[in-house]
Design a protein. Structure first.
Lengths: 379, 295
């Protein structure tokens, strides 16, 4: 019996298709040596940002709560992933396996952070929730900045200041306060990033299309109505929030293991906003939009670096962010854009007609010429 | 004595937070939006004063005046261009727009004035001997601290009188309670909101000058963290409430100063942890009133 695909799952399959196709094309490019080293170094972070954007979209677009501390979960994931990878150096010698376990550890840390933040915070609404997630992001950053973690023959050490951090000689310091994690073995690979994106898509799309996902979207659209038909607000909000945090943690672990050193200040408010820009420009609630926006907006500025546009990048982002918000939320502006669009269409139609006329003219010209010459021109 | 010294430092820092928090609280009370760009208006104000005094050799008073005028105009322009078209949009859209404006100001400042930090010339002397000595050798107050506290008190009294006694103040209170009903009573809601933004931005300019006089470093991101802390103060005291902003600001300043004596790095974490605890226990803040959602 043939099962009919509904629109949602078809959309989901298209997303998988885009990601897989992009992966294959990039692999071919790498194989032929057509990708410069600087571009290749962007692949893993781009994967991380795609996962970040898709997971933030789950909170902002699908749950409808603004989170300004998404980088905090990334940070948790990065540092716990790095810690896990160093602790497991001897017990799991196989690098891909260790990377997978580290990413799982990062996801677990992110999820734990999500529960700790989510349980109190999700009782708040709107702007308060936004500001508290921002506060949590800052707290996580500040705490990691003073954290010292290391391992020696006596076992695992953790301290809040360098004085109290007594590591025996021969021990390895993993996180050194403001200096962050240093001496990390770079385990991350593009393939791992690709797999992580697929897992993220699998998790998010299945969640969205499930009964729980519909409950989550019902909460977004009208909380009071959803509550009155018996949807458990806290449970579903927490479900979306923790899933999102766990995915961010996994992305963070991959990100952390892509560099030999990582500092906590990398995952600050600006990073949260950057990911938010990806989500907003890709379209709130649109997973495909998030993927494309994150990939393009992360890689494009790096490509344009030679044009000296880097210092204007954030300025342009800011303007685009404002314009997109105005364009999608203001009736007058939408009407204006519609008129401009119509005008463009009219101009386009005129050009098309003119073009057709020119082509026709050229064709007739070609015909007369070919007649005159008696040759074979392809008119 | 070091305890009292800390309390004084905390109150003077808190006074600056309170002035910033007033801007947040008034805008939130009336437009029901979190003006994320408020912190960056502080930065613009400080830059204006810096250039007026440094490049044009104007007296401090003229520098402050210039800062206030520029920020007021900036506040009104931002409101008209970015926020007014979104009056009926969901709050998420407005908040994201405000973040966009904040980034626009920060990056605009960075391109115009460079990313390098500048040393602000304080509007009153901050030399070690420029202090009011209460107990010789032990307890003293710097003139900047006195100025901040006096400014805060003056602003607070002026605003209380303004919202309580004038026609515009009455219109503001009406708008914050019910915009639709206010409009039906013949109040020009758009003008009222613009005036609120103007007042908030003018206060931000004053706060910017005071803050940079007390802590004389100036960079395009100078305003963002104090802005967030001041918002915390506004929420702490109960957003929408003017006495709440004062109380929240001063409490936050004192908490931050004491947290700094324990650990400088963790002072922010302490401030934000306090915010979270307050919000969990009293979602409407210390002096705010809880309004249940009507269905």
């Amino acid at each position: 019996m043939k099962k009919k695909l509904n629109k949602n799952s078809l959309n989901g399959f298209i997303n998988y298709g885009i990601v897989i196709a992009a992966f294959i094309i990039i692999q071919i490019f790498i194989g032929k040596g057509m990708l410069s080293n600087s571009l290749q170094s962007l692949l893993v972070p781009a994967c991380c940002y795609i996962v970040m954007a898709v997971s933030l979209n789950l909170t902002v677009g699908i749950l409808g709560e603004l989170s300004l501390g998404h980088a905090g979960f990334m940070s948790l994931g990065a540092f716990s992933g790095i810690t896990a990878s160093i602790l497991l150096q001897n017990s799991i010698p196989m690098a891909p396996m260790r990377l997978a376990v580290s990413m799982a550890a990062g996801a677990a840390a992110g999820a734990l952070g999500g529960v700790i933040v989510g349980v109190p915070v999700l009782r708040l609404q709107g702007d308060y929730l936004a500001i508290v997630t921002l506060a949590f992001g800052q707290i996580i950053k500040n705490i990691i900045m003073v954290l010292y973690v290391g391992v020696d023959e006596n076992g695992f050490h953790i301290a809040a200041s360098s004085e109290r951090f007594d590591l025996a000689a021969g021990g390895t310091a993993i996180i050194k306060g403001p200096m962050g994690a240093v001496g990390v073995s770079k385990l991350a690979s593009f393939t791992a990033g690709f797999v992580l994106i697929l897992i993220t898509l699998l998790v998010v799309q299945n969640l969205v299309n499930s009964r729980s996902g519909r409950a989550i979207m019902a909460l977004r659209d009208n909380r009071i109505a959803a509550e009155s038909v018996g949807i458990n607000t806290t449970k579903y909000k927490l479900m979306a929030f923790v899933t999102s945090a766990a995915l961010a943690g996994a992305a963070g672990a991959l990100f952390g293991l892509n560099y030999s050193s990582t500092v906590a200040s990398k995952f600050d408010f600006n990073t949260s906003i950057l990911v938010l820009v990806f989500v907003v420009l890709g379209g709130l609630g649109s997973i495909r939009g998030s993927i494309i926006a994150a990939a393009l907006l992360y890689v494009l500025p790096e490509l344009l670096r030679s044009f000296d546009i880097a210092e204007y990048r954030m300025l342009i982002y800011a303007i685009v962010l404002i314009l997109v918000m105005l364009a999608t939320n203001n009736e007058q502006f939408t009407a204006l854009m519609g008129r401009v669009g119509g005008w463009f269409k009219a101009v386009g139609g005129w050009f098309k007609a003119a073009g057709a006329r020119v082509v026709g003219w050229l064709k007739s010209l070609g015909r007369t010429q070919s007649k005159g010459k008696g040759g074979t021109t392809n008119g | 004595m070091s305890f009292l010294n800390n309390v004084i430092t905390g109150i003077s820092l808190g006074s600056i937070y309170a002035i910033i928090a007033l801007g947040y609280t008034m805008v939130y009370g009336i437009a029901k939006m979190l003006n994320f760009a408020h912190g960056d208006i502080i930065m613009v104000g400080a830059y204006m004063c810096f250039f007026a005094m440094g490049s044009f050799n104007l007296p401090p008073a003229a520098g402050v005046l210039l800062a206030v005028v520029v920020c007021t105009v900036l506040g009104i322009v931002i409101e008209r261009l970015a926020y007014k078209p979104l009056r009926s949009a969901p709050s998420l859209a407005v908040l994201i727009t405000a973040i966009g404006v904040s980034y626009l100001l920060q990056n605009g400042a960075q391109i115009l004035w460079g990313a390098a930090t500048k040393t602000f010339t304080p509007i009153v002397s901050t030399a070690p001997e420029a202090r009011l000595v209460l107990v010789p050798g032990q307890l003293s107050i710097s003139y900047v601290a006195i100025l901040s506290i006096v400014c805060c008190i003056v602003v607070m009294i002026a605003l209380t009188l303004f919202t309580g006694q004038t026609k515009m103040g009455k219109a503001m209170r009406a708008c914050s309670e019910d915009k639709g009903a206010a409009q039906l009573m013949g109040i020009d809601v758009n003008t009222t909101i613009s005036v609120t933004f103007a007042i908030g931005s003018a206060l931000a300019a004053i706060a910017g000058v005071l803050m940079c006089s007390a802590y004389p470093v100036l960079s395009p991101t100078t305003g963002s963290l104090p802005g967030i802390r001041a918002f915390t103060a506004a929420v702490f005291g109960g957003i929408g409430s003017i006495p709440g902003a004062l109380l929240g600001g001063i409490l936050l300043g004192v908490i931050e100063t004491f947290a700094k004596t324990i650990s400088t790095e963790l002072s922010d974490a302490v401030v934000f942890a306090v915010l979270i605890i307050v919000l969990l226990v009293r979602p409407a803040g210390l002096l705010g009133k809880y309004v249940p959602e009507k269905v």
